[in-house]
Design a protein. Structure first.
Length: 133
């Protein structure tokens, strides 16, 4: 995948978010870490899971809420003009939840998605995954 300079890369799972920017150019990808505000992990997930005695999976509901909070943060940045291009790299389950919350403006800025959990990996691993996509 070839990314323009300034593209934002969000690497996420249900518990962690890392943001990067491509400070290189289209010919040579070079990621630099980017700061972001706190993710609202109290955000409501898609509601596909109800917590009850029959389905007591509170940790999955918490991860879904965190994924929704990540997208709320990204939606706000896109709508505020802070993101010109976006690549989302996320664990498959988190990516599925995140897609449910994309604003149409975010979808328009989305350059690609990679369904892979790379949150605990090095920046080099993330660059390799992007180049291979």
């Amino acid at each position: 995948m070839i990314l323009p300079k300034g593209t934002t890369i969000a690497v996420a799972d249900g518990e962690k978010l890392n943001l990067f920017r491509n400070s290189g150019d289209e010919a040579e990808l070079k990621l630099t870490r980017s700061e972001h505000s706190q993710v609202d992990d109290d955000a409501q997930g898609s509601g596909s899971r109800q917590n009850s005695s029959g389905n007591p999976d509170q940790s999955q509901a918490s991860e879904d809420g965190f994924s929704a909070g990540i997208v709320a943060l990204l939606n706000k940045a896109v709508l505020g003009g802070q993101i010109d291009g976006l690549v989302v790299i996320a664990a498959p389950r988190a990516l599925g939840e995140m897609r449910k919350h994309y604003h149409k403006a975010l979808s328009a800025k989305l350059l690609g998605e990679i369904s892979k959990d790379l949150t605990g990996h090095s920046m080099g691993d993330v660059e390799t995954a992007i180049q291979a996509a």
